[in-house]
Structure formats: structure tokens, C-alpha cells
Design a protein around this ligand. Structure first.
Ligand code: 13P
Ligand code: SF4
Length: 355
């Protein structure tokens, strides 16, 4: 039975209701008061009454199963602050997956992140609450395409973004994330470096490094939609507005920004600079996840949602732990070569940013 399949939803909900007390309740809200304190600015109390019973049940079940929950910065605040044991960008979550001693990892993020955890910890059970949580970048390229790029640029090293399948990682020389892409490219031998699959990230990195960078034309469906005109309009409306953008945005968008960095680097920039008003040019939930701790900052929300990230809900996190599904499986022959590419990146020593 799958909670994510429409035909099974009713039965799955009945099974959860039979096993846990999931009715909205003031008692559950009291028991989760510490979590609520972190999101009070963005989640109204009546909504928290609905979330609290799920959070209480997930916390108890997590202990029972020896599970750790890794929450990406794009998770909704009730998941990010309510149930995640570790929060961060792709790099930090990958490092945590390799480091944790917990036998079970629940990945609150998208499929490539769960695969990365499995690759780094093949002996662990890695669960993803909805295996359909994909990524427009990961689905834009195959291992065969990597071979095509190698044939086009003989001898050039292939740096693949972690937003790729295990098969593509295995075909690459090294991985990178948005937190360390320039550092990884600069560390490669040779004059030319192939970057896949994000064409915009590659263009942005090409402007920071001494190498010739060639790339695959994939794009993030969330970040490619931002435009420089949109950002200029925010600044014209209030010239004191700080603008910070994720490097998956087109270069013309990055040119309008005061800072560009990984999701964690963006959060830390706001913590450090404490702007009066800021536009975080990235997925919607990021602003919500930091708004509570920075009451003096006004967040303008140019809201582009990642439909893949939003497949993860408290309900399917609970279902995942209840049934120990959906388990992420990486074909045996891909694990070692994919781990080599991810580990090569981690060994370069870029500093991860956790929250
Ligand atoms: P980060 O590595 O910056 O967390 O980004 C992951 C991602 O999917 C951004 O769209
Ligand atoms: Fe992929 Fe973009 Fe969604 Fe990140 S925000 S998971 S890059 S589609």
C-alpha cells in the first residue's frame, strides 16, 4: 500500500489514524511547543494544531526505528523545524549521511539527495517519503550523454552537480554542489572542464575560474524562471532592498544580486548581514525557514515553488517511518564509482554549512 498512490490514500490514512492519535489537539501542540517557537512567525496557531499530532508521532517513531531525518533547506517549515535532525544544503546533508551512525535515514528532500545518502552509506536503510520527488536537472542527462561530452572534449574532466542520478555520478570524475562548484572546477587538472547538467551554474562558475568551462544545457525549473527585470523592479520599489540569489539562476539574474551562494550560504548571509529587507531569489520555503529567527528582517517572497520538494509532507514522512518505505535502492555496480565521485568532492574539503 502506498500513501502516494491515489487509490491507496484512503486505506493508508485509515491505517495511520488507527496507529496514532492524529486528531488536532491542544495537548500535541503543547508537547511540540519548542518546535513551534521556531516557526511561530510563519505558521498560524490553528495550522500548528493540525501539524502537531504528526510531529509528535514522527518524533516517537524516529526514536523507535533509530532513524535520523535529513531536511533540505527547501522543506516546508513544519518539516524543516518540526522533525528534521539535520538541516542544510545538499553538501551538508551528503556529509551528514556519510557521518551518521543511525541505521535508518529518512531523506526529506528529492530523490537524488536520497540516492547520494545511499551511495555514501550503502549499509543503511535510506527512505524517501515520496520517490516521485525528482529534479529537472537530474532528469536532463544520462550516463550516455556524459560519454558524448567526453568524446566531444577528449581529456577534459567531468564535474557533475550532485543534482544527478547515481548512474551519472558514476560516469563522472567528481561531483560538486552549489557551495563548492568553483573550488572543484579550479582543482581539476587540464585547461578545459566539463560541467553537467546545469548550464546556468556552469556559466556562473565560468566567470569565477581560470579554466575554460564547457557544459550541458540542463536547467532548474525553479531558478530559470527568475528574470533580471523582476529583480530590478524590487530594487526600484525600495532601493534599500538586499537581493541574494542561488547560482542555478541565469547569469543576468546573478548580476542583479548582492550575493550568490548555495541555499545554506544564502541563509548565513542573511544571518550575518541582517538586512532590513531582503529578496531571496530561490525556492519559496527558504524565506519561511529563516523568518522566525530574524524578526528584524522583512522577507520579500518572489515565490517559485519546486513541485518535487513539495511532494514531501508530514503525512508521508510518518507513513514512511510507519511502513519503512519507500526504500532507496542503488544498483550494486553503481555504488562504488558513484561514491568515488561524491567522496572526491568531500575530500576537497569545502566547508559544509549546517543549521
Ligand atoms: P543547494 O545545494 O544549494 O542546497 O541546492 C540544491 C538545490 O536543489 C537547489 O535547487
Ligand atoms: Fe531540482 Fe530545481 Fe527542485 Fe532543486 S529546486 S530540486 S534543482 S528542480
Amino acid at each position: 500500500m502506498r500513501i502516494n498512490a491515489a487509490q491507496d490514500l484512503k486505506a493508508a490514512r485509515a491505517a495511520l489514524a488507527g496507529a496514532y492519535d492524529l486528531a488536532p489537539s491542544a495537548a500535541a501542540a503543547r508537547e511540540t511547543a519548542a518546535e513551534y517557537a521556531r516557526v511561530a512567525r510563519v505558521i498560524p496557531e490553528p495550522d500548528w494544531m493540525l501539524h502537531a499530532p504528526y510531529i509528535r508521532a514522527i518524533k516517537a517513531l524516529k526514536k523507535e526505528r533509530g532513524a535520523v531525518i535529513l531536511g533540505h533547506n527547501y522543506m516546508t517549515p513544519e518539516i524543516f523545524h518540526g522533525v528534521s535532525d539535520f538541516r542544510g544544503d545538499s553538501l551538508a546533508l551528503a556529509i551528514e549521511a556519510a557521518r551518521t551512525e543511525a541505521p535508518v535515514i529518512v531523506q526529506c528532500g528529492v530523490h537524488f539527495m536520497a540516492e547520494t545518502s545511499k551511495i555514501l552509506s550503502p549499509e543503511k536503510t535510506v527512505l524517501i517519503p515520496d520517490s516521485r520527488a525528482g529534479c529537472s536537472l537530474a532528469s536532463s542527462i544520462t550516463a550516455k550523454d556524459i560519454e558524448g561530452m567526453r568524446a566531444q572534449y577528449p581529456g577534459a574532466k567531468v564535474v557533475s552537480y550532485v543534482n544527478t542520478t547515481a548512474e551519472v555520478k558514476a560516469a563522472s570524475d567528481i561531483c560538486c554542489t552549489s557551495a563548492n562548484a568553483a573550488q572543484v572546477v579550479e582543482a581539476m587538472p587540464g585547461d578545459t572542464v566539463i560541467m553537467t547538467p546545469d548550464g546556468y551554474l556552469a556559466r556562473n562558475v565560468a566567470r569565477q575560474v581560470s579554466k575554460r568551462v564547457v557544459w550541458w544545457e540542463g536547467a532548474c525549473m525553479v531558478h530559470e524562471r527568475f528574470t533580471p527585470e523582476e529583480l530590478r523592479a524590487y530594487r526600484e520599489a525600495d532601493p534599500d532592498t538586499a537581493i541574494i540569489a542561488h547560482p542555478e539562476c541565469p547569469p543576468a539574474v546573478i548580476d542583479e544580486a548582492d550575493f550568490s551562494g548555495s541555499t545554506a550560504d544564502m541563509i548565513n548571509w542573511v544571518r550575518r548581514e541582517k538586512p532590513r529587507k531582503v529578496v531571496m531569489v530561490t525556492e519559496c520555503s527558504m524565506s519561511d525557514n529563516v523568518a522566525s529567527e530574524l524578526p528584524e528582517t522583512e522577507f520579500v517572497r518572489p515565490c517559485n515553488i519546486c513541485p518535487h520538494m513539495k511532494r514531501i509532507t508530514l503525512e508521508n514522512v510518518l507513513w514512511s517511518l510507519h511502513t519503512m518505505t519507500e526504500e532507496v535502492v542503488v544498483p550494486e555496480h553503481l555504488i562504488a564509482p558513484a561514491a568515488r565521485a561524491v567522496q572526491a568532492m568531500i575530500d576537497l574539503g569545502a566547508k559544509p554549512t549546517r543549521h
